[in-house]
Write a protein that binds this ligand. Structure first.
Ligand SMILES: [Zn+2]
Length: 105
């Protein structure tokens, strides 16, 4: 059961550790989806010939998209690390006032 916020006593708190893991999973999923999307629209399949993307251009677009997503994950992860207060216990974030705190199990 989540604890209540130590500042505003709200019970709308999220576990930052879980949120961080979910964020990374969502980011990895986005990378996978982008790859699937790119292969779906590979030249000669669904794209009309006039709108065909040169293969090298497509490859660099996919790489750029993947790199961007990885950078996004890293930035998100860094944001979480910045958000999580140092110390022992489970990190929580209050959705009511934005206060981050830790609760010892
Ligand atoms: Zn609060």
């Amino acid at each position: 059961m989540p604890p209540s916020c130590s500042r505003c006593v709200s019970q709308r708190v999220i576990n930052l550790e879980t949120a961080r893991k979910l964020g990374i999973a969502a980011g990895a999923l986005a990378v996978g989806l982008k790859g699937a999307y790119a292969s779906l629209y590979a030249p000669g399949r669904l794209v009309p010939p006039s709108k065909q993307f040169p293969a090298t251009r497509l490859a660099s677009t996919v790489i750029a998209a993947a790199t961007g997503s990885i950078a996004g994950i890293t930035a998100g992860n860094r944001m979480f690390l910045h958000l999580i207060p140092s110390g022992e216990g489970t990190p929580w974030l209050c959705l009511g006032c934005g206060h981050a705190f830790r609760v010892l199990d």
